[in-house]
Each structure stands twice: as C-alpha cells, then as structure tokens.
Design a protein around this ligand. Structure first.
Ligand code: AVJ
Length: 365
C-alpha cells in the first residue's frame, strides 16, 4: 500500500522538529516574483510572467572531457561513462525508453508519487525548498508541487541550458513558486549558491538515477548530501528494486530496439566530443544481469574486428570485445535503507507499488 510508508528500523518517537515555523521561514525572504509591477510608462502591468533565475556553477573544460573519454577507451576493458548518453538525441531516446511497456521504472515511480504524495508531504513537510538533483524534464518534481507546496524549486543539471526551456515553462504554470535553474555537477561539491533559500530543504533524487553509481559511490554521494544538509532537511530518493531477472533484462533490452539505439548513440556523442571514428553499425547492444553485483550492465559489443582512431591514438577491438557503458544497480529495500543510515540519515521509510518493483525513500538529516 503506497499510502503507508514502510518503516525500516526501530520506530523512533516521531516528534519531528519541522513545524509550521520552518515553513514560514521561506516567506521572510522576499523573492523577485512580483504579481504587480510598474512599468516605465507609468502604467501598472498585471500578470507580468515571473522568470526563473539561472546560475551556471560548473564548467567542465572540453579538454578534460576529451581526456576522460580517451582514458576510458584506452583501458583494457574499455568503458564510456553513462553521462555521455545524454546529448540532445540521447535525452530524447531516453524519454522514448520511458514510454516502453518493458521499461517499468518511470511509470512505477510515477504511480507511487501519485498515490503517496499526501503521505510524502505529511512526512517531508510542505513549504520546503525542493532541490531536484536529477531534474531532467522536471516532470517528477512538478507532479509533487500540489502536495509539497514548495517555498522554492531548485533544478540541477550539468548544463543550465538544458533547464531553460522546461523551467521557464514550469514557472509560467506555477507563478507562485520561485524557481532556480542551477548548472552544477552532482559529483562536485554541494556548495549551493545564496539564491537557494535557507529554509528547510528536501533533496529530491528521482528516477533511480542513483542506480548508476556503485553502492560505494552511492554511499559517498549520500554522505556528501548529508554534509550539505542541515537539521530538519530530508532526502526523497527513487530506487529501483531487485526483481526477477527476465523483467529486469527486458527493461534494458526491449524488442523495438529503443534501448539499443540509446546505447549505440553514445558512440555518435563520443565521435562529436573526441573526433573518434566509431561506426555505430559495428556495435551491438548487450544488456545482462549480474546477480552477484545486483546490477544490470550495458555494453556495446563489436560485431567484427574494429579499429577506432582519434587524433594521437587508436584502439583496436577484437570481434566480440565489449565497451562497458552503464551499470544500473537494483536494491533490496533493507539494503538501501542501510545505505541511507550509513550515510548519516535517520529514520528511513519507503513507499512502494503493489508488486514491490520500485521504492521511493524518505530519510531525515
Ligand atoms: C536514468 C539511470 C535511471 O538505469 O534505468 C534506461 C538509464 N539505461 N535504460 C536506468 C537507462 C537504459 C536509467 N537511469
């Protein structure tokens, strides 16, 4: 039953320190969102559309990016980081994946948000600063606005440019919620700019994006989050759960080949970034489940002998040799709760769907 959170550890006396006062803090900070302004001709203009604020904090220089890709290609077991999936086409292909019948995570998480939203708001507290760490198209956060009534919505993405369109649109639809688009790297520091309001914060990391990290790296990320969080803050994290292998593999190897296109597209993006000469036709999509590690792995497998060249180097691949492109870890609920606690979060609970395929966790800083 999604409406009732599942407690994971000894239930603590639940005298939460967040109260109405916390929520009111936000209003002390007058944001730049006037509903009535005077324009230069002296007339009062009603309904001037509010605009989100945008800040680009993080700049990865292109030579570092290039070196990162080449270092992966030179490894004896070659790899390309999944962050290179998401160029414009890759982001669209991922959206198409979320429409596939076989790809259950997005739909299942949405159903949990839909049915558990009031319970999530009751626990996380409304009126918080909602900090979206996996913003993408901001859809998931937007569906929580009605229940959470955030005092501010902060959307993070590597590139603030990816946020401009969506956030501006979302701002029109929600003129009363001040919005901030932040170009930041999750793997960097969590030094939030001063435009992020100081009141109670809810760090939101939906979509099982955390599954791309190994449990050790996920722990490190959660620890850094815990370090950035203050008393009364919380986390709300979407986590894909361990289930039967056939369901897992089908979600990452769909018969229409959308996931294959998504995976192979990374080579086009790499060609663009480092001017390699990958031919996508040489590579086959492979998805497999590693039960020991509890992860789906995606690889690109050479259909024939391949030689890939770039300025200053090359890599030869034998027929059947693979490039690792993504891990997607699947958790048991208790194991993810332990990870949250190991990172210093308290009192984890989760909501799940009737089949127990996906979980949305909340824990307190
Ligand atoms: C965006 C990382 C959650 O692991 O399920 C979907 C990416 N890769 N199909 C996932 C993905 C292949 C997705 N995450």
């Amino acid at each position: 039953m999604p409406a009732v959170p599942t407690p994971l550890n000894r239930s603590r006396s639940n005298n939460s320190h967040h109260n109405a006062n916390d929520a009111n803090d936000a209003h002390a900070d007058a944001g730049g969102h006037p509903s009535l302004v005077t324009v230069s001709n002296g007339h009062a203009a009603r309904d001037v559309p509010p605009q989100p604020e945008f800040i680009q904090q993080y700049h990865e220089d292109s030579s570092a990016l290039r070196e990162q890709v080449l270092a992966g290609l030179r490894q004896s077991e070659a790899s390309i980081s999944p962050k290179f999936f998401y160029d414009v086409l890759g982001s669209r292909l991922f959206e198409a994946i979320t429409d596939l019948a076989e790809y259950y995570p997005t739909r299942t998480e949405a159903s949990i948000f839909a049915s558990a939203a009031p319970a999530i708001a009751a626990r996380a507290g409304s009126g918080c600063v909602l900090i979206d760490l996996g913003a993408g198209n901001c859809e998931k956060a937007a569906r929580l606005f009605d229940s959470l009534r955030p005092a501010q919505y902060v959307a993070l993405d590597i590139s603030v440019e990816f946020l401009r369109g969506t956030l501006s649109c979302l701002q029109q639809q929600n003129p009363d919620i001040p919005m901030l688009g932040l170009g930041a790297d999750l793997c960097g520091s969590f030094d939030l700019p001063r435009s992020v309001r100081r009141s109670r914060r809810l760090f939101f990391y939906p979509g099982s994006s955390i599954g791309n990290f190994s449990p050790m790296d996920a722990l490190a990320l959660l620890q850094r989050l815990r370090g950035a969080a203050g008393r009364g803050d919380g986390v709300l994290i979407g986590v894909d759960l361990l289930k039967d292998e056939a369901t897992l593999v089908a979600a990452y190897d769909d018969p229409l080949g959308v996931t294959a296109a998504f995976n192979r597209n990374v080579l086009r993006n790499v060609n663009r970034i480092v001017a390699t000469d990958f031919d996508v036709d040489d590579w086959r999509h492979v998805a497999s489940f590693d039960r020991q590690a509890s992860r789906i792995q995606m690889h690109l497998q050479a259909r024939r002998m391949v030689r890939v060249r770039w300025d200053g180097g090359e890599r030869r691949f034998g027929e059947g040799e693979r490039i690792h492109t993504e891990d997607s870890y699947k958790y048991r609920p208790g194991d993810f709760a332990m990870l949250l606690e190991a990172a210093g979060f308290d009192d984890p609970v989760y909501w799940t769907d009737p089949l127990g395929w996906f979980a949305v966790f909340h824990a307190r800083a």
